[in-house]
Design a protein around this ligand. Sequence first.
Ligand SMILES: Nc1ncnc2c1ncn2[C@@H]1O[C@H](COP(=O)(O)OP(=O)(O)O)[C@@H](O)[C@H]1O
Ligand SMILES: [Mg+2]
Length: 221
Amino acid sequence: MIELSHAYKTFPGPVHALRNVDLSIQKGEFVFLTGPSGAGKTTLFKILCGFDQVTSGKAHVAGFELEKISSSDRPFFRRRIGVVFQDFKLISDQSAIENVMLPLIIQGEKKKSALEKAESLLVKVGLIDKRNQLPDVLSGGEQQRIAIARALIHQPPIIMADEPTGNLDSEKAEEIMNLLEECTDKGMTVFVITHDLELVRRRKKRIIAIKNGEIVKDGRA
Ligand SMILES: Nc1ncnc2c1ncn2[C@@H]1O[C@H](COP(=O)(O)OP(=O)(O)O)[C@@H](O)[C@H]1O
Ligand SMILES: [Mg+2]
């Protein structure tokens, strides 16, 4: 489902953000990516989401060869992944439920059916009573849960999340991790960046650790 081989990312400077990264993630796997600040986590994340490209090497995700994807194919690739950004990226003049519905509306789904799916996801993340609020008036943790509902709504085969529990208390963090874990039961592949090592240890999932742009560990807790 996700395959990187000899992947390098170099920024002007030069800054070697990724060096010779080899990575293979199967359908239905749940993987944590961890590492210190500046290790290259977000760089790797952006490449896997198609927001940035490798400098050299291969990056194949959901059947797309991202190192040479054309701009016309990019939107089709995007539909195949659900992305949870570290800073949420909610649309500020749209309500919670409109934000959650958005991926379906973009795909041309009927409003009524999009609304029903968004409602059931808002129930799942515990925010149905906030459905008509604008993001601004929601807490960081609430915005995070809206962002997660939005990433899940079109049932993409891959979910990518950058620090999805960073703004949540430990109880809410557990709930969100449970929700993400449930996705793998339906065959989704889940890729989560976190530096909450306690949470990672409890989950006993595959952990990839990165440091100075290199994978330094790939195994289980
Ligand atoms: N757009 C960019 N231009 C230049 N350097 C960058 C850019 N993005 C990231 N870097 C550098 O690449 C390295 C890895 O950054 P990043 O992937 O954001 O790390 P992490 O998410 O693990 O904290 C850092 O040294 C960072 O300064
Ligand atoms: Mg980062």
